[in-house]
Design a binder for this molecule. Structure first.
Ligand code: KG4
Ligand code: ZN
Length: 346
């Protein structure tokens, strides 16, 4: 079954054709980064306008690259949550129109659940159950996956998302946008021991709630972000210039250690030894290197092209819903929030 996957939740206008949930026939990603870069962040109004202008061309290109006509597509999958509402609505409306015009099945899927599926599109796959590490610009989720659609959140961020911290630090120091890839690159030439930033004191927070286990799988980034920005600014005022690469490397090291601490707790408590990563931050080279060092853990990362937002992961997971007969109603709408995950502390 050849599924058209459409993704427009943020600043990538993307479409792909995937056969039987795994074989990627085309994967078109039109990035809006140059349009948002002058503002050092995604401007929602610009994002939805660009999606409106580009969506037809992007879907057409996905069909052309796969040497297919619209009638060759068996079903359409689209991300309808979470993300920027105006942006999501463009992809969702286009997907509905395509499915309605061709009279083929249509399914709306959760963008974060699709990120977790992305690694299955290439290379080695993981058998369920496993631990998921979902790290993007808007979310940081550590979860247990028992099936492609049965995912229990174990931990989240209690403030900023991991990618958001990279973006905010980069924005403050004028490193560039989006910050994650830039900091990753800069850190290669920096000293990660140049500055020691504090780890979040989540255990103390947990004790305040008389629940030692409350934040064992959670992460927090606002303290790190503030330390990197405020401490270094004061240091700079007192002692002169500091090497931007050292800021990047020291920040990145702590940002990754925060994820590793929560992940290791989750692996220890659940006994699950396989970790599947997804989302833009999963492209981070230091995170990949550090996780590979754990002998007792098997870590599976999607190839870089499937880490960030893409239509292939939407088409891929969409296939599994469609294959078992799931369909979305034509009146389904978009949502800014993550849905479809089982909650933590059930
Ligand atoms: O999954 P994604 O493309 O979009 C969202 O769903 O948010 O993730 C984008 C995020 C941005 O915050 C970006 O800075 C971050 O992923 N990112 C990275 C890297 N590449 C992208 N963060 C750390 N290291 C990277 N190499
Ligand atoms: Zn994403």
């Amino acid at each position: 079954m050849k599924v058209l996957g459409i993704e427009s939740s943020c600043d990538e206008c993307a479409a792909a054709i995937v056969e039987d949930g795994r074989e990627v026939l085309s994967n078109i990603i039109a990035t809006q980064i140059p349009f948002h870069a002058p503002f050092n962040g995604v401007v929602p109004e610009i994002a939805s306008r660009k999606h409106t202008e580009w969506i037809y061309g992007v879907v057409k290109e996905a069909l052309d690259r796969a040497s297919l006509e619209p009638q060759d597509v068996a079903a359409v999958a689209v991300a309808n949550r979470p993300g920027l509402l105006g942006s999501l609505l463009v992809g969702l409306s286009f997907a509905k129109a395509f499915a309605w015009a061709r009279d083929i099945p249509f399914i709306a899927v959760d963008h974060m659940i699709a990120h977790l599926y992305a690694s299955q599109l290439a290379g080695e796959t993981a058998a369920y159950p496993f631990l998921g590490l979902l790290v993007s610009g808007g979310h940081s989720i550590i979860c247990r996956a028992d099936a492609f659609d049965t995912i229990t959140v174990l931990g989240t961020t209690i403030d900023d998302a991991a990618g958001e911290a990279f973006d905010k630090v980069a924005k403050h120091y004028g490193f560039g946008y989006p910050g994650g890839a830039v900091i990753d690159r800069m850190a290669q030439n920096g000293d990660s021991e140049a500055f020691r930033f504090p780890m979040p004191r989540l255990q103390e927070k947990a004790r305040l709630h008389n629940d030692e286990n409350r934040h064992r799988y959670d992460v927090s980034y606002s303290g790190l972000k503030n330390a990197v920005i405020n401490q270094l600014d004061q240091f700079r005022i007192k002692s002169g210039e500091i090497k931007p690469e050292d800021i990047a490397a020291s920040f990145q090291k702590t940002a990754v250690e925060i994820l590793l601490r929560a992940l290791c707790n989750a692996a220890e408590d659940t006994g699950l030894g396989t970790i599947v990563a997804g989302g833009g931050v999963a492209a981070n080279s230091y995170l990949r290197k550090r996780l590979a060092e754990y002998q007792n853990l098997r870590c599976i990362f999607p190839p870089a092209e499937f880490c960030g937002d893409n239509g292939a992961m939407i088409a891929g997971i969409g296939y599994h819903y469609l294959a078992r007969g799931d369909r979305s109603p034509m009146n389904i709408t978009a949502s800014a929030r993550v849905e479809g995950f089982k909650k933590k502390y059930p």
